[in-house]
Write a protein that binds this ligand. Sequence first.
Ligand code: GLN
Length: 298
Amino acid sequence: MVNKTYNDLRQSSIDKLDTAEFDNAEFEVSELLAYVLGTDARSVDFREKLSEPVDKDVLEHFEALVSKRIGGEPLQYIIGEWEFYGLPFKVGEGVLIPRQDTETVVDVAIRKLRTEKDLVVTDLCSGSGCIGIALDKNLSCKRVVCVEKSDRAVAFLEQNIKLNNSKAEILHGDIFDDDIIDSLPQSDLIVCNPPYLTQDDMQSLQLEVTHEPEDALYGGDDGLDYYREITRLYKDKLCDGGMLLFEIGIDQEDEVMKILIQHGFINVRTKKDLAGIYRCVYGYKKDRAKIYTDSIIF
Ligand code: GLN
């Protein structure tokens, strides 16, 4: 009997995932197989290995992972590491998986602040640290402070700071705690991907998302609790002219822009992600020169 190759195994597993109605069966199977083979799914090495006969231990390991995946465990948790903004991030139960949508937030910050030096950045609800660490690596930052409440997320955050050789600092605590707010520096940028799903969204989560921490997802009845509270509590932590930048959920742009405007932010804007969904809202705290000019004109 001819031995099965990894390519045969790959094909039969794609069929299994297709039958289980996975949208990206080929991608997911390749990622899992490359992971058990200790290589990268996009490498020549992986393509070469596909024609080799299947090793029994690798087969058992791979099949166990495919079963987990069919059971709904997120691919990223199974693999334990995921790429965001070209950087590696450790992930697992207890921390939100970095999503491509969130790269829009990082893009906006980089585009707006790339000519500035020695920035002080605060990343609220930091989770894996993907936003804060990506900004540290791509902007001229003096300090990046990542605030995170969950013990489990902080464990990943610590690893990710080391893994990416970042100078980001961790402030372990609740963003609504007065002591935490007091201990934060005045910042040029306050960025946050808060929990923003509504009560209705929480009733209809994709199976994978139910594995992620509810605390990182649920933003109150209308999904907007964090935007209201953060804008109110943190506007005084911004330097004059500083930027407040939020990731938002689908159709939240009008409400979140309104919140920023109500709190006196200027040049409030929204920006779409690659799927064409408005994904972030940002605005600036008026600087003194601007306030002075406004008072002369009006
Ligand atoms: N983008 C996530 C989702 O749709 C939600 C993350 C969040 O609430 N910040 O599942």
